[in-house]
Design a protein around this ligand. Structure first.
Ligand code: ATP
Ligand code: MG
Length: 313
């Protein structure tokens, strides 16, 4: 029995001992778990910041890619523009070499004839040929001016120059120039609204628009017809230019192409021209924030109407 008790005590002590050991072990384990957790948390934080950095890098990459793309489209656009300008130039050269021939031949033959009219009575004939030369030179100048305007427009070198000026004076200047180029018997009926005088707009563009429309009306109308040229103000601060002729008109199927560069209607091919005038007028009107419309009937005549806003001084 005593031995029995003894053994039992021993057993209890051993039990306590192992419980102790277990507790210690548990504590150690807990410590380790805590440590691991800390390590993991640290790792997690590191990962998170790595992800953040990566996202930033991706965004930066995207941004610089977009910049490269933008630069690319800009370069392509500039190249296109350059190509277009080159095409325009070569097209102009082939057109000019063709269009220059007629006036140059006229000048040469008229100069020849003038040289032969030596007697007094031939004065009338001389004057006729001098006028022919004048017209031919005007023609050449017009072609060159058209081209220069177009090139300037194309390269963006034309901007609005708004100045105050007298519309009456400019109107008379236009008429003085244009009356000289009219065909025999062509009458130009003019009308300028009496209240219109001092205005602020681009004088050069205004003049060019009028000259282009008037020279077309003269060119595409036969002798002994009437051309109407009216400048009015249909609404407050809106200028209207109307040019009407009784000329060859524009075939209906060609009317939609009229403002295209170099476009010339079929019934106009025997008459000198480059097909640039109306394209320039339209682009000038874009600059002036205006518009141009026309109505025409082949064989009976054409009317162009231009509207654009202007400022009062
Ligand atoms: P330019 O560059 O010398 O003015 P163009 O007169 O041929 O040459 P635009 O003024 O642009 O060129 O006119 C384009 C085309 O429109 C003409 O070729 C002609 O067919 C037609 N057109 C223009 N105005 C008239 C008009 N008043 N009557 C008949 N046709 C016209
Ligand atoms: Mg013209």
């Amino acid at each position: 029995f005593i031995t029995d008790i003894y053994t039992r005590k021993e057993q209890e002590a051993a039990l306590a001992e192992s419980r102790n050991q277990l507790e210690q072990h548990a504590q150690e384990l807990e410590g380790k778990v805590k440590e691991r957790t800390k390590e993991l948390e640290h790792l997690n934080l590191g990962l998170k910041s790595q992800i953040r950095e990566r996202k930033l890098a991706e965004a930066a990459l995207k941004e610089s890619l977009e910049e490269v793309k933008k630069a690319e489209t800009e370069i392509l656009k500039a190249l296109d523009k350059e190509k277009e300008l080159n095409e325009l130039k070569s097209r102009f050269i082939s057109m000019a070499s063709h269009e220059f021939r007629t006036p140059l031949t006229t000048i040469l033959s008229s100069a020849d004839l003038i040289g032969r009219y030596t007697d007094e009575e031939s004065q009338e004939k001389r004057i006729k040929h001098i006028n022919r030369i004048r017209n031919a030179v005007q023609n050449l100048t017009n072609i060159l001016n058209d081209f220069l305007s177009l090139e300037k427009l194309e390269s963006g070198a034309i901007s609005l120059k708004l100045v105050e000026f007298s519309l009456k004076e400019v109107y008379h200047e236009i008429m003085e120039g244009i009356e000289l180029t009219a065909k025999p018997g062509q009458q130009i009926k003019t009308s300028l609204a009496p209240d219109l005088n001092l205005i602020i707009t681009d004088q050069h563009l205004l003049k060019n628009i009028c000259l282009n429309l008037l020279s077309n009306a003269i060119k595409y109308s036969p002798e002994n017809t009437t051309i109407e040229f009216e400048v009015s103000e249909p609404e407050d601060s809106l200028l209207q230019i109307r040019v009407k002729d009784e000329g060859i008109g524009i075939p209906e199927k060609e009317q939609s192409n009229l403002f295209q560069r170099f476009y010339r209607a079929e019934n106009a091919t025997n008459i000198q021209g480059t097909g640039l005038g109306l394209n320039i007028v339209k682009r000038y009107l874009e600059l002036l924030k205006g518009n141009i419309t026309f109505s025409s009937k082949e064989g009976s005549g054409t009317e162009f109407i231009v509207n654009f806003p202007y400022r009062k001084p």
